[in-house]
Design a protein. Structure first.
Length: 713
């Protein structure tokens, strides 16, 4: 008991160190939140606010008051120190699994990956040099490597075991999470005890941790809140707390500080510009990337915080000087990055349509589901679009859940990312959440396509607004929505929820990107191409107009899948038989010479787009192409009946064709206008089509595409 009292309240300290530490942390958190509220509207990141909070509490401002200094800066506490490296194993584990919001832009992800490689390279180099300083250090490095390898293997089997053990639960238990965290904490403490930093070990453990299943999902959710809310703010706040303006006490120190900042920033900017010039990255993006890479990382602070050697009298001064440079550099670079990013975002527009998106560029899509039966069809679409390594995709799947009227609070999609043990709102969705998570996990294991899951809980009256805002934040190019009807066993389409239809109509009108409504036919419809024993036959129906061009642009991606056989059928008025867009095609030397008819601006755009598709995909054998000549809607219906049982998926544009003779009279029996004339006909029970249907509408708010495209009103 006496030993405990001596530890908790030493005579040297005027206050109980446990109480003072808690109060210091509380002050930093409160002040950092206040700064964050003030600086967030002008685009300043959280670490800037946290550094400022530490500076305010530290010896530069509040601690200049004698009583405050006596409370905050105590001799014994200063000697005990607060080694920031102890917190970094949390950060390293999180970095290996969590994608930050910066990944919504290619430039942000490039900055993240570059910084990650830079940090890990510094850690590896320093640890290697330390290992070769003596035989004991080298032996310790070998021992650490073995322990890290063992923990990676143990975590892999523990994850699989916990996933199987909790097959009927949404998440693993707290005790199972504690086992994994405890093992990682033991490894970190062991590595720090030997004399190395635990960053590399923990990063490797997190990097090799299995990403699929309930274990990874639970760890990510539990660690995200703790790290972002407590650990990182305290870590950056403590860094700012050590900053002391009194170190800038003469012109020489000020000049050296400015020189260090300019030299450090200048060399990184020059190196970044050289690399970007070699990689042909535009100069404006290179400038933003250079500023992002100028932000100091964790390992800079660890090296600065290394305990000074006894024989080095000037070590403390050097420590204070370098710390001042880091803090000032961050406070200067942070606002600069925010200004550049805001200016770039105001000028640049991300692609909101597939038509203007390069087929080799990353496709960002958002699939929406209400119930588990919607998942199979949407993951099949994701699988079809992600069939080529040359055309990367980033799929998001959001579970839309109705918020009961008795609840007044509204929970945004990014606040509800897969959790049930943290708030009473997480119970929304019931067992559907479990089935959806299991289906997506199985899809990830089978296809190796990482699908980012989230949940949106809101009133169905306003859920379309939340969905559109989320799509805009994620910068997706297309939203996939489920049809409000589902197919019964007897083949009849039955109405599931009328609210779904209303939501679809609202999203179609206000979506910031293209929209696709998927009519799933179940077992007789479109199946997941990955692992399919047979080819999936898909047809794209092209009548003309911006929506059909968008559907054809979507088909480009699908045609790259090796388990998909795509056919494009272009419907042409009989009156245009002698002025077809292809006249007397000659196949000399495997070249197709196409003459484009001039029958109006819209037809010119259609012809040019189809011509490009033909040359790139049909001529290369990636897709088939058929022309159908029809005179009116009756012949169009007859042609569609002929191919009703030939394909597992029909892709068609919603409309925007004007008064086309191809669909004359088809509006007389239109039941679902949100599908368009052709889509509504295909989805009707009278057509008796066994395949699924994807109806695509091009973004109504997009700018006219380059090359004379028109905005469809």
């Amino acid at each position: 008991m006496e030993a405990t009292e001596q530890l908790m309240c030493r005579p040297v300290d005027a206050f109980n160190p446990l109480i003072t530490t808690s109060f210091q942390v509380s002050c930093i958190l409160v002040i950092s939140h206040i700064f964050h509220l003030l600086l967030k509207p002008i685009g300043q990141p959280g670490p800037v606010a946290q550094l400022l909070a530490g500076v305010v509490v530290g010896p530069s401002f509040l601690s200049r008051i004698d009583r405050v200094e006596e409370f905050f800066i105590q001799a014994s506490s200063a000697k005990r120190g607060f080694h920031p490296g102890l917190h970094l194993w949390w950060t390293s584990l999180l970095v290996a699994h969590q994608e930050t919001k910066s990944d919504t832009a290619d430039l942000g992800r490039l900055a993240i990956y570059s910084s990650l490689v830079n940090e890990m390279s510094c850690v590896v180099v320093v640890c290697t040099l330390k290992a070769f300083t003596s035989f004991s250090k080298f032996g310790g490095a070998i021992l650490i490597a073995l322990f890290t390898l063992v923990l990676i293997i143990v975590n892999k089997y523990l994850s699989y075991f916990f996933n199987r053990r909790n097959r009927n639960n949404r998440f693993v238990t707290n005790s199972e999470v504690f086992v994994i965290i405890f093992l990682l904490a033991c490894l970190s403490l062991f590595v720090e005890w030997i004399g190395y930093t635990a960053i590399t070990c923990c990063f490797l453990v997190g990097l090799m941790f299995p990403r699929e299943g309930k274990t990874a999902r639970t760890l990510l959710h539990k660690l995200t809140y703790a790290v972002n809310t407590f650990i990182l703010p305290v870590y950056f706040g403590y860094t700012g707390f050590q900053f002391d303006l009194s170190t800038l006490n003469n012109k020489l120190v000020i000049a050296l500080t400015v020189l260090m900042i300019l030299v450090g920033a200048g060399t990184r900017i020059a190196g970044t510009f050289a690399a970007c010039h070699y990689l042909k990255i535009p100069w404006n993006e290179a400038l933003i990337l250079a500023f992002l890479l100028n932000l100091k990382g964790n390992y800079d602070l660890i090296l600065i915080s290394t305990p000074p050697q006894p024989k080095m009298v000037w070590a403390t001064d050097i420590h204070n000087f370098l710390l001042t440079v880091v803090v000032l550099d961050t406070l200067i670079i942070g606002p600069g990055v925010a200004i550049l990013l805001n200016r770039e975002e105001s000028c640049a527009q991300y692609p909101t349509t597939l038509e203007i998106l390069n087929p080799e560029s990353e496709l960002r899509m958002l699939a929406c589901v209400y119930v588990p039966r919607h998942v199979s069809g949407h993951v099949s679409l994701i699988s079809a679009l992600g069939g080529s390594p040359n055309a990367p995709i980033k799929p998001y799947l959001v579970h839309l859940v109705e918020l009961p009227k008795k609840r007044k609070s509204k929970l945004m999609y990014h606040q509800l990312e897969d959790g049930d043990q943290f708030s009473d709102e997480e119970e929304y969705g019931g067992n559907d959440v479990l089935e959806i998570n299991d289906a997506v996990d199985s899809f990830t294991v089978e296809t190796k396509i990482l699908t980012h899951q989230s949940k949106l809980v809101s009133s169905f009256l306003t859920i379309n607004e939340d969905l559109c805002n989320g799509a805009e934040d994620l910068r997706v190019s297309i939203i996939f929505l489920p049809f409000h009807k589902h197919q019964r066993i007897d083949g009849i389409m039955e109405n599931s929820m009328e609210e779904i239809r209303t939501i679809n109509q609202k999203v179609i009108r206000h979506a910031p990107c293209s929209v696709g409504i998927f009519v799933d036919r179940g077992q007789t419809g479109f199946q997941q191409p990955h692992g399919s024993p047979s080819m999936q036959n898909i047809v794209t129906l092209f009548f003309g107009g911006p929506d059909d061009r968008e559907a054809l642009a979507c088909s480009k991606r699908i045609s790259m899948h090796n388990q998909v056989s795509l056919t494009v059928i272009r419907f042409i008025p009989t009156s245009s038989r002698h002025s077809s867009w292809i006249n007397d095609a000659s196949h000399k030397d495997e070249e197709v010479i196409m003459a484009i008819s001039n029958v109006g601006t819209e037809n010119e755009i259609d012809n040019a787009f189809v011509e490009t598709f033909y040359n790139r995909y049909v001529a290369q054998g990636k897709a088939g192409f058929v022309e159908k000549y029809v005179s009116d809607g009756v012949e169009t219906v007859a042609a569609l009946r002929e191919i009703a049982d030939m394909y597992s998926l029909f892709i068609v544009g919603k409309g925007g064709r004007g008064n086309s003779p191809l669909t004359t009279g088809m509006s007389d029996w239109e039941e679902c206008p949100e599908l368009g004339l052709v889509g509504d006909l295909l989805a009707s029970s009278e057509m008796n089509i066994g395949g699924s249907i994807l109806v695509i509408q091009r973004d109504r708010h997009s700018e006219p595409e380059r090359g004379g495209g028109l905005l469809d009103d």
